[in-house]
Design a protein around this ligand. Structure first.
Ligand code: ZN
Length: 220
């Protein structure tokens, strides 16, 4: 805890004065352009890896960067997605998995989670990704986990499109969906190209998008 307090004192002394005008502007308003959904993992820092300032990312973090499908009993993730899309009007949603993900490793390796009933229940939202991953052959366990991370991003992109606010924004051509996998060791990001269900280097293919906003023409 000592490190956190010292960090806060440093923030007050150095970082805050550097952005004083920004914080003054943000005191009563926010217009983030992107909803960024990623894992709670301490090594994944959305603002650092996208070089965004305060006020620019609306963030949801949880174990396994999961978005439960919309249900009659929506929880915190559903409420936050709805607020980001319907109220803040974000134009992009990123679902970002990452290398060495503990949650996805547990799912891929079918680890016993009897002692973690909360985690076990939560990770069932990745079940469709798990069965697809299990149906494939993998050269080794590392490859199996890496594949699970990617399949989970694809599954969560499908889940988020069951949310009414997201579907409506898509219908109006207002929101793009992105599926990313961040590699901790190299700092690289692979992005899902939905056209052929492959992940491409975001450096080499910076316009890669999982689901591009396309306004649907109303029937005459
Ligand atoms: Zn993780």
């Amino acid at each position: 805890m000592k490190a956190l307090i010292e960090g806060f004192l440093k923030f007050q002394k150095d970082a805050f004065p550097q952005r004083e005008n920004l914080f003054k502007h943000l005191a009563t308003t926010q217009h983030p352009g992107t909803l960024f959904i990623t894992c709670s993992d301490s090594r994944v820092i959305p603002e650092l890896l996208t070089q965004q300032e305060p006020g620019e990312l609306f963030v949801i973090r949880n174990a396994g960067n999961i978005v439960p499908s919309y249900s009659p009993h929506p929880g915190g993730v559903s409420a936050t997605v709805e607020y980001a899309v319907a109220v803040l009007g974000v134009t992009d949603i990123v679902i970002c998995g990452h290398s060495d993900c503990g949650a996805m490793t547990a799912v891929a390796q079918c680890k016993c989670m009897d002692h973690l009933p909360g985690v076990a229940g939560w990770l069932q939202h990745a079940e469709s990704a798990k069965v697809i991953n299990e149906s494939r052959t993998h050269v080794n366990e590392t490859a199996k986990v890496n594949s699970m991370v990617r399949e989970n991003v694809i599954a969560q992109l499908a889940n988020i499109q069951t949310h009414p606010s997201v579907r409506l924004a898509q219908e109006k051509g207002l929101v793009n969906l992105h599926g990313w996998v961040y590699d901790i060791e190299t700092g690289s990001i692979d992005a899902l190209d939905a056209d052929n269900r492959t992940f491409k280097s975001l450096v080499e293919h910076p316009t890669t998008c999982a689901v591009q906003a396309r306004p649907v023409q109303a029937a005459a």
